[in-house]
Design a protein around this ligand. Sequence first.
Ligand code: ATP
Length: 369
Amino acid sequence: MSRYQIALLPGDGIGPECMEATHRVLGQMVDRVEGLDLQFTSHRAGAELYRDTGEALPSAVLEDCLAADAVLLSAIGLPDVRYRDGTEVQPTMMVGLRRALQVHSAVRPVKLYRGAPCVLKDTGPGIDFVIIRENLEGLFASFGGGSKVGDEVATDTLVVTRKGTSQVSDFAFRLAQRRSGRPSDGKKMVTCVDKANVFQSMAFFRKVFFDVAARYPEIEAEAVYVDAMSLYMVQNPWDFDVLVMENQFGDILSDLGAGLVGGLGVGPSAEIGEKHGLFQPSHGTAPQLAGKNVANPLATILSAAMMLDWLGDKHDDPVCLRAAVDLEQAVEKVIADGNVITPDMGGNASTSQVADAVCDALVVEAPTS
Ligand code: ATP
């Protein structure tokens, strides 16, 4: 029996609707997949909770996240709910949660599903690469710090350490081992994306990356400057397999990636550390859509599939690994059919109709062990 404790954080805006849809799909999986047992706890956290209680992430909620096998979060933040200093709740809460869980590698798949809208006229042999964003340092290490000199100068420091860069690079190579290579020719490769020609910190990031690459001779390693990479992502995205980069670069390029393959409504993410895993869609809370049952739940559902894959890999659990594949295939089928999709992808279905369609599309296979 694969039994896992999952902490759910539905959050704000469209978060609760997307979580409700995902919870329903996961409930179907538990009913139908023999040997899969997911136990859920659900907690309020985020901007609305801060407005009501003065706390965004109570310590009891954080403790439950630390004790759980995985955390599934939907979306956090509301633009009109702010701390006394005028900053939004979301960055402080998310950086705090990431630091507490020590999730050093953020994974953003950029995969074009059949039938999904694509801004590119020519999609070549297909788009299927993964952005790995260093998640705890880089420019975000400065979060909560930085310095200001009067009203004239402000600075933030970009931090790159051997430990952080080794962890995220190693994660990227291990992921490349599990994937089937780039779409153009199946070659397994990891690309370091940096600005090593200008910054010491980036030259160091590249050096540590190649130190790690030496341990994976079967996987090709290369380095590309970030400005060139934003061009290649649009011109020949099929030539890439796994990309690894500093935190801020990953923040920017992963939104570009989501824009390439159907938008934020279908972009999942995983944040992984040595012990903990945090899974959430890459979109925010889209407050103008909240409560209307029109938000696209697929990014949250795909994040749940990534969660099952991570749990299966971590615990060497074929039931969970198979469930992850079945769930992603159900989403693929719903997108390919194109009959039940939300307005952001050109359809007119509701959030709950999409959840029902994913449940209907689930074909549960026995695991291969
Ligand atoms: P944040 O700063 O919290 O990341 P953001 O400013 O990037 O948020 P999002 O809330 O992510 O904004 O969304 C930007 C826009 O994309 C929304 O206003 C909405 O139109 C669209 N969008 C995002 N997520 C979804 C979704 N799940 N379903 C439908 N549309 C979405």
